[in-house]
Design a protein around this ligand. Structure first.
Ligand code: SF4
Length: 685
């Protein structure tokens, strides 16, 4: 028996914890602590502990599949490539769209972006950042000039006041939750605002329960109280920002005095007052947020309000402070960095900028050019185009994403995907989306490959290969390169290994210029921006100046607006959705992990006891939840943890899919859907 330990990075959340995969006789059999990571110091959460269990699942895809007469038939790689190449070549550029993936490496996201824009000449590439933090990218870029988490994870332990808003950090980013505990042990005050009394609420010194969608009102009210009491950081505002008077015009309005904010949010005035005092007077103060802030039709407004309060209190550019936007999936930051977005190439270089477009066209060397220098469609818009403008989009290539469970209004998504002429899905399991494909390509998982991922704190870290992929499955970069070669572009995809792809990314991307595999091999890795090979990386952004050309942060006057759908007589409850500690997103990996699945085998809907009594519903009873978009039968969980009038469903479970109910109303800028507030009714069956 041979045993070895291979250090790698967790495939689940954006915290970027490291652990060892234990390999016995060439097969991954367990995980073990890796103590040299500054992020998790040898600790992991349950998902990390059991991250080996799905790797050798009997459900893994091992051969290409081609659908014939409605059934999948095993095929050779050549048969699959020939069919795909012949079909892809039959479409005009913008009839093709690609979805990249927050679950695969930076290099592979880059390569699919290059394939879409270079081989297919299409403008349409996006990925699931659209569903989680598109509003962060747009909002923070507008406020600070850079759309990413400002500080590092270890830095959170330095804070003296932490305001967690719309993030159940202890369940969704547990090892970041550990930094909150470390800060608390050092005397920090913890403020938590969320519609649910979660595991994170239990750690808070002040918990404020509020109606989903009231975030801007709460932040404006706190800012009014801070200004009224003279707690604002006058020197920071004067030297580092602009448009403060415009902010004041809005936040000092009567609408945002604490009595009115209390009416909008449901938070008692005294709690709002305490929150404003603690956050206004205790330095340094950090804000941590996640999808509770971003997944709204006012997602960008919410993010800009968070940026406003941090500029008002001078909590930027220093340890223990910052806007800590906690990214969801392991590599959602990296997929954005790699230009798997419809408006940018790598490093947020704009597609519409002629010099940037020429730079990529020249570097890639496609003899027949690349896509037009125009923005493409976001994934949420692609789904609308598919249903509303038949024939405009005809063909889609999806790598490692599962929109048939992750996207809002699943009946609408099904209709959209059914209207495609040709769908290729590349994944490790036959997901709900892969089942709808014409061709399925079997991919390697995180334990079977190298490459890099970029965690929520902009730290670029290595994956390391621990075993061979099962059957004939291949790494995503190999599949994309071989397909490109079949389509006549072998010269543009000449890679012998994944490191060559990273070096190409670094050459084209200023924020990654100074990175290479030798430097990234170190346990602490590197945070971008890292412009030269001598640069130590940048754990804290905006120390001296913001990233706008004039170096100033920009205040934005933001008015509160209600969600797109509010309760009425027919649909009287607000539904909000989220995740649980034991599962990850669409559950394709965690539901195939025996231990994780046995802890939480299915979903539920949380109902406040008063609402349950009025509806005659008992705990664990199967109930019918209905929105304007669909109906789901789901077990009731009667609990005082959810406030009266609000209900919660986790979205991992296909058999009671929360996203059948959710609303695809979009933020006008970020095109992110409003997962966090729609209207439902719930009935006994
Ligand atoms: Fe993995 Fe996130 Fe858990 Fe760390 S906190 S072990 S990255 S799921």
């Amino acid at each position: 028996m041979t045993l070895k330990y291979v250090a790698t990075t967790c495939p689940y959340c954006g915290s970027g914890c490291s652990f060892n995969l234990v390999v016995q006789d060439g097969k991954v059999v367990g995980t073990a602590p890796y103590r040299r990571s500054p992020v998790n110091e040898g600790k992991v959460c349950p998902k990390g502990t059991y991250a080996h269990e799905f790797v050798n699942s009997p459900d893994r895809l091992t051969k290409p599949l081609i659908k014939k007469d409605g059934k999948f038939v095993e095929a050779t790689w050549d048969e699959a490539y020939d069919l795909i190449a012949q079909k892809f070549k039959s479409y005009k550029p913008d009839e093709f769209a690609a979805l990249a993936s927050a679950r695969v490496s930076n290099e592979e996201n880059y390569l699919l972006m290059k394939f879409a824009r270079g081989v297919m000449k299409s403008r349409h590439i996006d990925h699931c950042a659209r569903l989680c933090h598109a509003s962060t990218v747009a909002g923070l870029a507008a406020s600070f000039g850079s759309g990413a988490m400002t500080n590092s994870i270890p830095d959170i332990a330095e804070s003296k006041c932490i305001f967690v808003l719309g993030s159940n950090t202890f369940e969704q980013h547990p090892l970041i939750g550990r930094k909150i505990v470390q800060a608390k042990l050092n005397g920090a005050k913890i403020i938590y605002a969320d519609p649910r009394y979660t595991a994170t609420a239990r750690q808070a010194d002040l918990y404020m329960q509020f109606v989903s969608g009231a975030d801007v009102a709460i932040l404006n009210g706190m800012m009014q109280e801070i200004i009224k009491n003279g707690w604002e950081d006058k020197e920071f505002i004067e030297k580092r920002t602009k448009d403060y008077e415009k902010l004041k015009e809005v936040v000092m309005k009567e609408d945002y005095n604490l009595e009115n904010v209390s009416k909008i949010s449901g938070i008692p005035v005294e709690q709002l007052k305490t929150a404003a005092e603690w956050f206004g007077t205790t330095k340094p103060g950090a804000i941590l947020y996640s999808m509770g802030i971003t997944q709204h039709t006012v997602g960008v407004d919410n993010v800009r309000s968070v940026a406003n309060i941090q500029m008002l209190t001078g909590n930027l550019g220093k340890p223990g402070a910052g806007v800590n936007a906690l990214r969801g999936q392991n590599n959602v930051q990296g997929a954005c960095d790699m230009g798997a977005l419809p408006v940018v190439f790598t490093g947020y270089q704009k597609v519409t900028d002629p010099a940037t477009h020429k730079k990529f066209a020249d570097a890639w060397g496609f003899p027949d050019g690349i896509c037009e220098p125009k923005n493409g469609y976001e994934v949420t818009v692609m789904m609308d185009v598919l249903t509303d403008n038949p024939g405009e989009l005809k063909c889609m290539y999806i790598m490692g994403e599962n929109p048939m469970l992750s996207d809002p209004d699943l009946n609408h998504v099904r209709h959209a995907l059914e209207s495609l002429e040709f769908l290729v899905v590349q994944d490790i399991f036959l997901t709900e989306t892969a089942e709808m494909a014409d061709v399925v390509l079997p991919a390697a998982c995180y334990a079977e490959r190298g490459g890099t991922q970029t965690s929520t704190e902009r730290r670029v870290q290595m994956w390391r290969k621990a075993q061979d992929p099962p059957g004939e499955a291949k790494e995503d970069w190999q599949i994309i390169s071989e397909l490109a070669a079949k389509m006549g572009y072998a010269k543009q995809f000449p890679y012998q290994d994944i490191e060559e792809i990273f070096n190409e990314v670094a050459a084209l991307t200023p924020s990654y210029h100074g990175m290479n595999y030798e430097r990234l091999e170190r346990p602490e890795a590197l945070h971008w921006p890292c412009p030269t090979t001598e640069h130590p990386g940048t754990p804290i952004l905006h120390r001296e100046k913001f990233s706008h050309p004039d170096g100033l942060g920009v205040f934005a006057p933001i008015e509160w607006k209600p969600p797109a759908e509010v309760p009425d007589a027919e649909y009287p409850f607000v539904l909000t959705t989220g995740r649980v500690l034991w599962h990850w997103h669409t559950g394709s990996m965690t539901r195939r992990s025996e231990t994780l699945h046995s802890e939480v085998p299915t979903g539920w809907i949380e109902i406040n006891p008063e609402d349950a009594k009025a509806l005659g519903i008992k705990n664990k009873e199967i109930v019918r939840a209905t929105s304007r978009r669909g109906t789901v039968n789901v077990p009731a969980k009667v609990t005082p943890d959810i406030m009266k009038g609000v209900m919660f469903m986790p979205f991992h479970f296909a058999e009671c899919a929360a996203n059948i109910l959710t609303h695809n109303a979009l933020d006008p800028i970020a095109k992110i859907p409003e997962f966090k507030a729609c209207s439902v009714k719930v009935e006994k069956i």
